[in-house]
Design a protein around this ligand. Sequence first.
Ligand SMILES: [Zn+2]
Ligand SMILES: [Zn+2]
Length: 338
Amino acid sequence: MPIATLRPETWIRTSSAGLYCEPGGFHIDPIRPVPRAVITHGHGDHARSGNEAVLATPETIAIMRERYGEAAGGSLQPLAYGETLAAGDVTVRLVPAGHVLGSAQIVLEYRGSRVVVSGDYKRRPDPTCAPFEPCNGDVFITEATFGLPVFRHPPDSPEIDKLLRSLALFPERCHLVGVYALGKCQRVLALLRRAGYEQPIYLHGALLRLTELYERLGVPLGAVLPATRVGREALKGRIVLAPPGALADPWSRRLPDPVIAMASGWMRVRQRAKARGVELPLVISDHADWDELTATIDEVAAAEVWVTHGREEALVHYASKKGYRARALRLAGFEEEE
Ligand SMILES: [Zn+2]
Ligand SMILES: [Zn+2]
């Protein structure tokens, strides 16, 4: 068979555990434990515990170890960005995805056919991780978390300025910002530092370990302190970061008259902010918005686009209209995550 006619779907397909590369014998971001897993990044719906063998960037492996301890996997093999590894007849390479620290696109080659699995990604600069590198191939498998034309994220710095302005306006109040523990927390810290905010920032206990891990992995985030170790008075006029789930729970009642903020791409949707009781929505996303998704499809220019987890239909429609062979993968088990 001539190489050019090797159809990608003959060697990479969906199985009940997720995306499966048959000649390589491994799954990508499997949703249940498998013998061999290649993991794109450390978010819980992509990096699950209990696989026998795991291949990922050194940072993702460090994150999995921090989260899961022994259960992170039987053997954990790091592969740095840009290095290649042979798995059976398949060559595996990890390329930065710009989503969170260690996040990678997985570039697979088999008998002259190349598939790029983006994992989750974003295109705008993030001081806490390496930028997305467009990678051309025969198939580009893209996420679609914000895959609707209504989703357009504003630039980050005016959103951070909103927080700093509110802080100046209400010096007697504490500002409680909901952030996800991996990625968003550290990015908000880094963006605040970049905006010139030098005060200590206080963290909910659930955010401490991964933030310390980022520091150990070489991402400077300035002075961070556990929020529980200081009294109510001392938190007036301060910024406190907490997981979204803690915004409304009893934990937050000890804070002095908090302004409730949240940093998420979903804060664009007024009802979502309202439902969480968020007074100060900050539209800061670790996922590509509609413009970034479509621009990336065009830049990567793979003949085929497979769309997974999120709002697949609109993106499949866009790609088909532009002349790509496009389809929705309908992988189960992934969350909205932001
Ligand atoms: Zn993610
Ligand atoms: Zn995801």
